[in-house]
Design a binder for this molecule. Structure first.
Ligand code: TXA
Ligand code: MG
Length: 342
């Protein structure tokens, strides 16, 4: 039998967009976390669905609200490196990355040293844990005030596109969570880059808001992909092929637009057939990959809301944030049915 749906919750949206409102909103959101509630909070990448990482009932509520399978572990968020070193074991390379890029869009997978502050369910029973120190000022204030690690998967229904705005969170999770802390759009727009530092050499589990090139400069060598790098090590449990999925059929590397398709383009490109496109969205007319990443998920949601059946996507550059964009678009284009993603 499928699990019973979670009891409905009265979802409050707390405005943290300006300085005057922020303090009270953050304090209230932190109180809800300490009381075992569910709070969607802004980060510079995407909005996260927060709960006290040490409270397994609250963490179970996160899985239930998202419809996420419990074998897929969650990232724990902390306000600074001092809090992180109490939870995970940092090898020298992990410490260099943390010092260079935290706070920021980087998640490190490390051997776990505190199995109470981050409960078994949050780690899906693994003896490693994923840690992140986000840079968003509202996230940092919220984590400071919560005073404990906060799990934060993206605040969307499992398998949907990640939310980059409070309105996206509400359209997926209204009635299933207690609070949304609204700080406006997420500036980076794609999830954090995940580096596994639990083995002998660091490897890339998920491309994201911090480019591979920048990580390699600090490491002083190439960063291999996890998949295939080490057969003894399983890839990230949440790296399912079809994910970040809009309802429309997504066609990549399109050199022309077909009848009935919408066009998702970049840098002002207008391939053959564009004149007849149902809708044209340009991720960055100026050709900036940072701007394209920031606009990606809102564009996919908009195309879905318009009810388009097909989306033709032009070829995009692969360097810098282009790797994360290509990864997400590849998953959006993967064959359905949509499985349990994250
Ligand atoms: O930008 C982000 O990372 C956002 C914001 C809210 O921080 N969070 C996010 O979380 O994207 P989520 O749950 O949607 O993706 C986390 C990924 C999943 O693919 C999960 O399998 C992987 O991290 N993960 C978590 N713990 C892990 C572990 N111990 N080992 C390997 N992979 C892990
Ligand atoms: Mg997610």
């Amino acid at each position: 039998m499928p699990p019973a749906p979670p009891a409905p919750r009265d979802t409050r949206c707390l405005d943290a967009r300006d300085d005057a409102a922020r303090h009270a909103a953050v304090a209230e959101a932190a109180r809800v976390i300490r009381d075992g509630g569910l709070v969607a909070f802004p980060t510079e990448t995407v909005y996260g669905l927060g709960a006290d990482a040490g409270n397994s009932r609250a963490v179970a509520g996160v899985y239930a609200a998202k419809g996420r399978p419990a074998f897929n572990p969650l990232i724990s968020h902390v306000p600074n490196l001092e809090a992180a070193v109490r939870l995970g074991r940092f090898a020298p390379a992990a410490l260099s990355l943390a010092r260079a890029f935290w706070p920021g869009p980087l998640t490190l997978v490390l051997p776990c040293r505190d199995t109470e502050a981050v409960c078994d369910l949050a780690r899906a029973g693994l003896d490693t844990l994923a840690l992140r120190v986000p840079a968003h000022p509202v996230a940092r204030a919220f984590l400071e005030a919560a005073g404990r690690p906060v799990v934060g998967p993206s605040a969307n229904v499992s398998g949907h596109v990640s939310p980059t705005d409070a309105s996206h969170v509400l359209s997926d999770l209204a009635g299933r969570i207690d609070v949304v802390l609204d700080a406006g759009p997420s500036p980076v727009g794609v999830e954090s880059t995940i580096v596994d530092c639990s083995g002998l050499e660091p490897c890339l589990l998920r491309p994201g808001g911090l480019s591979r090139e920048r990580l390699e400069i600090v490491l002083g060598h190439a960063l291999p992909d996890a998949d295939g790098a080490d057969e003894a090590r399983p890839p990230s449990p949440g790296r399912l092929a079809s994910h970040y999925a809009p309802r429309a059929v997504v066609r990549l590397e399109a050199r022309e637009v077909r009848a009935t398709e919408a066009l998702l383009t970049f840098g002002g490109l207008r391939p053959h057939g564009s004149e007849a496109a149902r809708l044209i969205l340009d991720l960055s007319p100026a050709g900036s990959l940072e701007e394209a990443a920031a606009n990606l998920y809102a564009a996919l949601r908009r195309l879905d809301a318009e009810g388009v059946a097909g989306i033709a996507v032009v070829p995009l550059p692969r360097e810098g944030l282009g790797e994360a964009i290509a990864d997400r678009l590849g998953r959006a284009a993967a064959p359905r049915p949509v499985p349990e993603g994250d």
